[in-house]
Design a protein around this ligand. Structure first.
Ligand SMILES: Cc1ncc(COP(=O)(O)O)c(C=O)c1O
Length: 392
């Protein structure tokens, strides 16, 4: 039977980097001791207190169909979190609960684009962005943020791409996966101006908003006249180590939320009630729990910088947030694919090739800081020794 062109083409024709990830998983299954630094998954599990709340909710009967936009209590809690942190007036009417941030990315692009419209996003980018755009029938257009500009997007290039009348949306991600870079106020002001000048929706992926080590996270929804054209994607995955619970949200103008609820009614039909109750419990636990989940990554970032001292073959990209560190390995003369594959084969350390996130990250690798401190420092030391050996 024929499969639709849209699904057939969802992955485009490039290698998305998961090849290396699956190879490392296969080695592990075959009994090889691989140090796994590929995926954005914490080395802790969801806090026991959140699981207890989930269990109590399920046993208490919240196992039927749940409210499709989200329970009132959870929508209120998300709205409150956003208003408290940004100062932008936000109510439950601005919030729809989704099965994770990925589903929110899909819904917001479906809401912004008609078939054949173009969706702008920044390279390097989270692996699913181009497929998400293709999946809704849009045309992905990646705009490079280069290492020469500390991976901050260049506003004149954005403006030129936005001038294409087919361009309908711009997707940004700060704090950024894979680079760890947090966009400056100047960058965000420029982005906001481009969106206003060219009447674009701004889709702001803020799933790493609790992981900022230097400076501040600025949500572009706070910038003048941006609340009416910004859809914020949020998630409990990274902030509360709830990746498997699949719970996140969209925050958008109320009339857009009405449309997104129609979409949810005809697609996922909401998020399980006991998961929503667990998310509510987790949000009510406040900043302390978020800080506890984020702390290992800040600590390991400092450990990375320490381990890299005294050599200049491997350099950390100056970054301010997220659970990854991007390493510049251009001095080895190897491509990021060759470096990552050889590192896996010879040293049994699995990292993501930079180019799996787009061509702007050529000559870089992404390291997820997601194993315990001692094993992590040992892996970075071995990685540096391997890089040095590449040039001798
Ligand atoms: C930048 C970014 N956005 C969105 C997601 C999706 O997260 P989830 O669907 O688990 O909320 C991820 C996951 O790694 C991510 O890195």
């Amino acid at each position: 039977m024929k499969v639709s062109n849209r699904l057939n083409n969802i992955n485009g024709d490039g290698d998305d980097g998961w090849g290396l990830f699956y190879r490392s998983r296969k080695m592990i299954a075959d009994g090889v001791k691989v140090t796994e630094l590929t995926i954005g998954e914490h080395d802790i599990r969801t806090d026991r207190s959140i699981l207890d709340a989930m269990h109590a909710s399920a046993v208490g009967g919240h196992t039927g169909y749940a409210m499709i936009p989200g329970t009132d209590a959870l929508r209120d809690a998300v709205a409150d979190r956003i208003q408290t942190r940004t100062g932008v007036p936000t109510t439950r009417d601005n919030v729809m609960i989704t099965p994770g941030g990925q589903s929110a990315l899909y819904a917001t692009h479906l809401a912004a684009l008609d078939a054949g419209d173009t969706a702008l996003f920044i390279d390097p980018h989270y692996a699913t962005y181009p497929g998400t755009v293709r999946g809704v029938g849009g045309i992905p257009v990646a705009l490079k943020a280069s290492p020469d500009n500390d991976f901050q997007p260049q506003i004149d290039e954005l403006a030129a791409a936005a001038a294409d009348p087919r361009a309908k949306s711009l997707l940004i991600n700060t704090p950024n996966n894979p680079t760890g870079v947090v966009y400056s106020r100047e960058t965000l002001n420029g982005i906001a101006q481009v969106c206003k000048d060219h009447d674009l929706w701004l889709i702001s992926d803020e799933v790493y908003d609790t992981q900022v080590w230097d400076g501040e996270h600025i949500s572009p929804r706070t910038l003048p006249d941006m609340a009416e054209r910004t859809m914020v994607v949020g998630s409990m995955s990274k902030s509360h180590a709830m990746t498997g619970s699949r719970v996140g949200w969209v925050c958008a103008p109320a009339d857009m939320i009405t449309h997104l609820i129609n979409l949810a009614t005809n697609t996922n039909y909401g998020v399980p009630g006991f998961i929503q109750d667990a998310a509510l419990f987790a949000l009510n636990a406040g900043d302390a729990l978020e800080a506890q989940v984020a702390a290992p990554f800040e600590r390991r970032r400092a450990l990375t910088l320490q381990a890299l001292e005294g050599q200049n073959v491997v350099r950390a990209v100056p970054a301010q947030g997220a659970m990854y560190v991007m390493l510049d390995i251009r001095a080895t003369g190897k491509s990021s694919w060759d470096f990552a594959n050889a590192l896996l084969d010879e040293k049994h350390i699995a990292v993501m090739p930079g180019e799996s996130f787009g061509s702007a990250a050529a000559g870089h690798i992404r390291v997820a800081m997601t194993i315990d401190d001692d094993a992590y420092v040992d892996a970075i030391n071995r990685l540096v020794a391997f890089a040095k050996a590449c040039i001798t």
